[in-house]
Design a protein around this ligand. Structure first.
Ligand SMILES: *Cc1c(COP(=O)(O)O)cnc(C)c1O
Length: 368
């Protein structure tokens, strides 16, 4: 059996530190907003090269909070929904967060090479009600940020980066991060032991606004400036994240080494399209997504051989029943739709062994 991720091996590396940290929290009972939360926020901001980090309950909340802080008045006032452009090729949470923030998602197709938001498709989606754009750093590499910022500047749009899959990634020559949301779901490159997320921002005013929203709109206990949420980063999760953050750069290096090894092992197999890194991108390989013909047959063959491959994501957002009200039909985003029939995520994590990768390559060569 070759698992898709190995959270047990990751835990083994941090087990002592996590246990000591848990003991500390249990002893001083600082379960909510304990000192480890503030410490993690500082450490993750420094790691990301962004001045401010505000912890949140999960990544979907983090996107919603970021949107609310930069766009909408407090939730009790009526506003006509502004539009937010996002890629059709993303996890459903990106679109969910937009709707939950009282905004209207407008989808744009991806490019065929990297499966990231296509800036030209995004430009065609801009209308009089467009207020923001969410580039998604899918699979571990950043969307084309210079082009996204050009578009945003031309039309006065806010930019909220969905960085759930890209902790530790980079892009040469990109504009600095203004506002970004991330997720520490257990399987992400930096994963908690439950739900957790965060917003990164260069703006002290936005950081304060987001912090208010995470804790009932209150900075001083029982004084509520605005309506908010209860979406804080849990102290026990902060302990886990602090321990794992110390290893993240190394773990991302191991992911890159594994990706390079796949590229060598799979390059000789006809029919496989290997994932590409866009020029200037430092990829952190949250997912290793190949494209194959007869994908469902190949996936079944891998599963029969005990290899846990997956699909990210099998049904694009615009074809999901939950988004029927957006009024889309098959054919609206052809590149995303075609990719959805071909993509296959192979196991890739810091503890994946070369032997397992060779077995995966060998099995694939018999299936194609
Ligand atoms: C995981 C993920 C999210 C949501 O994060 P949660 O912590 O699960 O709420 C949002 N966007 C993308 C691209 C993700 O991969």
């Amino acid at each position: 059996m070759i698992p898709f991720v190995d959270l047990r091996a990751a835990h083994a590396e941090v087990a002592d530190e996590v246990r000591q940290g848990f003991d500390r929290v249990l002893l001083n009972t600082s379960f909510v907003q304990g000192p480890d939360v503030a410490a993690f926020e500082e450490e993750f901001a420094a790691f990301s090269g962004v001045p401010h980090c505000v912890g949140a309950g999960n990544g979907t909340d983090a996107i919603e909070l970021a949107l609310r802080a930069c766009l909408t008045p407090p939730p009790h006032t009526d506003v006509t929904p502004s539009e937010v452009i996002l890629p059709a090729n993303t996890f459903v949470a990106t679109a969910e967060a937009v709707i939950r923030a009282g905004l209207r998602p407008v989808l744009a197709d991806c490019d065929d090479e990297y499966l990231l938001l296509d800036p030209e498709a995004a430009a065609s989606a801009v209308g009089p009600d467009t207020a923001a754009i969410i580039p998604v750093h899918l699979y571990g590499q950043q969307a084309p940020m210079a082009a996204v910022h050009d578009l945003a500047t031309r039309h006065g749009l806010a930019v909220v980066e969905d960085a759930a899959q890209s902790q530790g990634s980079g892009q040469a020559g990109r504009p600095p991060v203004g506002l970004a949301a991330t997720s520490f779901y257990p399987g992400k490159n930096l994963g908690a032991y439950g739900e957790a997320g965060a917003v990164l921002t260069s703006s002290p005013a936005l950081a304060r606004a987001i912090r208010l929203l995470t804790g009932h709109g209150s900075e001083v206990k029982y004084q509520h400036e605005t309506l908010g949420f209860n979406s804080r980063l849990d102290t026990l999760q902060a302990v886990v994240l602090r321990a794992k953050l110390k290893r993240l750069a190394h773990w991302n290096d191991l992911r890159r080494a594994a990706a390079d090894r796949y590229a060598t092992l799979l390059s000789g197999i006809e029919g496989i399209r290997l994932p590409q890194t866009a020029p200037g991108n430092l990829h952190v390989w949250h997912l290793y997504v190949i494209r194959v013909p007869e994908r469902d047959k190949v996936l079944a063959g891998l599963q029969d051989a005990g290899i846990q491959a997956q699909i990210h994501y099998p049904v694009p957002i615009h074809l999901q029943p939950a988004f029927r009200h957006l009024g889309h039909t098959p054919g609206d985003f052809p590149t995303t739709e075609k990719a959805a029939t071909e993509i296959l995520s192979l196991p890739l994590h810091p503890h994946l062994t070369p032997t397992h990768q060779e077995q995966i390559a060998e099995t694939l060569s018999t299936l194609l």
